[in-house]
Design a protein around this ligand. Structure first.
Ligand SMILES: CC(C)(COP(=O)(O)OP(=O)(O)OC[C@H]1O[C@@H](n2cnc3c(N)ncnc32)[C@H](O)[C@@H]1OP(=O)(O)O)[C@@H](O)C(=O)NCCC(=O)NCCS
Length: 179
């Protein structure tokens, strides 16, 4: 089962296919430079527990990102889903820096947005980017997210307090094709 885009597919987490890469990436300071995870070591036991329990939480949907030919390149998810208000947080990362800037992130965001709006029936998505994460901000903007505000100096990240930039996407601003 996969939700497919033009370049990537979103697939369920699979311990055999995705856990080893997850361990490598969430403990790589380059990958976590702009993430809210990764400042503390993440053990295999903790990551395995996440893989095994995330689907029991109805407020979360977690996907691995793969290329269309099945190479695992990252993770993408919906977090804190609020069905009553049709709202959810979103987050993603592409693990190998060699794969950054090639359009995989944008394609994965578009597939996730269509899934959130057309499959889950949500109406609004939110992503909080840490000030300075230009690649993420441009990815989100290219996929229809717009900045609606900032929480000043919200996060301590790599040596200083940084703003959280609040990015929102409404269903009628998202791509319309079915994944
Ligand atoms: C952020 C991330 C998911 C984006 O995925 P990606 O595949 O690299 O992004 P894409 O190639 O689809 O798009 C990147 C956009 O940033 C631009 N970009 C690429 N390199 C850049 C750089 N060094 N500085 C600024 N912008 C850059 C691209 O031109 C593109 O914007 P455009 O469509 O306006 O031209 C990925 O780089 C990543 O995982 N980074 C580390 C973790 C992270 O920051 N996750 C997001 C947390 S909110």
């Amino acid at each position: 089962m996969a939700w497919k885009g033009e370049r990537v597919q979103l697939v369920p987490l699979d311990e055999d296919r995705h856990l080893k890469n997850a361990m490598r990436w969430v403990n790589d300071p380059l990958v976590t430079q702009w993430l809210l995870i990764g400042d503390l070591p993440i053990t295999r036991a903790a990551e395995l527990d996440y893989f095994e329990t995330v689907d029991k939480d109805p407020r979360q949907v977690a996907f691995a990102i793969e290329t269309l030919d099945g190479e695992h390149i990252g993770f993408s998810g919906l977090h804190g889903i609020d069905y009553r208000h049709g709202f959810s947080g979103t987050g993603s990362f592409i693990g190998d820096p060699d794969n950054w800037g090639k359009g995989y992130g944008k394609d994965a965001v578009r597939v996730r947005s269509r899934y959130a709006f057309e499959v889950l029936g949500l109406r609004m998505l939110y992503s909080g980017a840490i000030e300075g994460n230009q690649r993420s901000l441009r990815m989100l903007a290219a996929c229809g997210y717009r900045e609606c505000g900032r929480r000043p100096k919200r996060y301590w990240k790599r040596g200083q307090f940084r703003d959280e930039i609040l990015m929102f996407l409404e269903a009628d601003q998202a791509p319309t094709a079915t994944p």
